[in-house]
Write a protein of this length. Structure first.
Length: 272
């Protein structure tokens, strides 16, 4: 058990285990976005930092087929930030909030040595998509293209530049595909720690294994911060799922099937 899983295991709650906590058709989710851990200020504008921090958090709601309604912001700011910097940061938060009809209802601000952001998203759902309910004869698929986020992060570490539309900066969420496919999807989660790592989470909680039907390089499977969707569905619904992916212009790759094989994640832990 890695250190992240060990720490989470210390809290005994039936609501822990999905991208957010589902309580009475409400989903509560929270993610951190910290300077020198998730980003450097030299890599992104303040607008982009706020925008990505919001999208990262909204991704958890989308992954559970929930509609985000409210946001609470906690922002720890270094003293070298100017009023213009703060305005640009707030504009990034408001831009994404307006895009998803989210009401920013409060939070907290403190002084810090670096820029650290945590956001709580409160959402509603009538048909939640959970990580449970994966069975034999189910298929695994992922949306979009994987690998670019890690590739661009490597460029940044090597003092290179990346395009402003890079997935590392500008995230696209798959809300339309999830909404259209919800009656056929059996389980799902967002790909934040890399496909192989997140596949490990969903197979572990369902006590199932995986047989890969499509080969992919480790650089793709281990690329974190993709914020695509990992979904599972009955093989009998394959045509229906593919039809809805086409309707929503969502690239969907079926890469594995459920089996009794023991699955082993080949990636290093992202958090500890």
């Amino acid at each position: 058990m890695n250190l992240e899983n060990y720490f989470i295991s210390q809290f005994n709650s039936k609501h822990i285990g999905d991208d957010g906590a589902l309580i009475n058709n409400m989903v509560y989710s929270k993610d951190a976005f910290f300077e020198n851990v998730h980003f450097k200020r030299s890599w992104m504008s303040y607008f982009q930092i706020a925008q990505k921090s919001m999208m990262v958090n909204i991704s958890d709601a989308i992954a559970m087929n929930a509609k985000p309604k409210y946001a609470l912001l906690s922002v720890a700011m270094p003293k070298d930030m100017t009023k213009e910097n703060m305005k640009e940061l707030s504009n990034g938060f408001k831009y994404v909030a307006d895009k998803f009809n989210i009401d920013i209802i409060g939070g907290d601000t403190i002084s810090n040595t670096k820029l650290d952001i945590t956001i709580t998203i409160i959402s509603t759902t009538k048909h939640p998509l959970l990580r449970l309910k994966v069975r034999q004869n189910y298929l695994f698929a992922y949306t979009g293209k994987l690998g670019d986020s890690a590739k661009d992060l490597k460029k940044l570490f090597n003092l290179g530049k990346i395009h402003k539309k890079s997935k590392f900066i500008d995230i696209s969420l798959r809300d339309k595909f999830i909404q259209k496919s919800i009656h056929y999807l059996k389980a799902g989660m967002d790909i934040s720690d890399g496909l192989y790592s997140d596949l490990g989470k969903i197979t572990r909680v369902n006590s199932v294994g995986v047989t890969f039907t499509t080969k992919m390089p480790k650089s793709m499977g281990c690329s974190g911060e993709e914020y695509e969707m990992l979904v599972a569905f009955d093989a009998r619904d394959k045509k229906k799922i593919l039809r809805r992916a086409k309707q929503t212009r969502t690239k969907l790759t079926i890469f594995a099937k459920v089996s009794r094989n023991r699955y082993q994640n080949r990636c290093k832990a992202h958090h500890f």
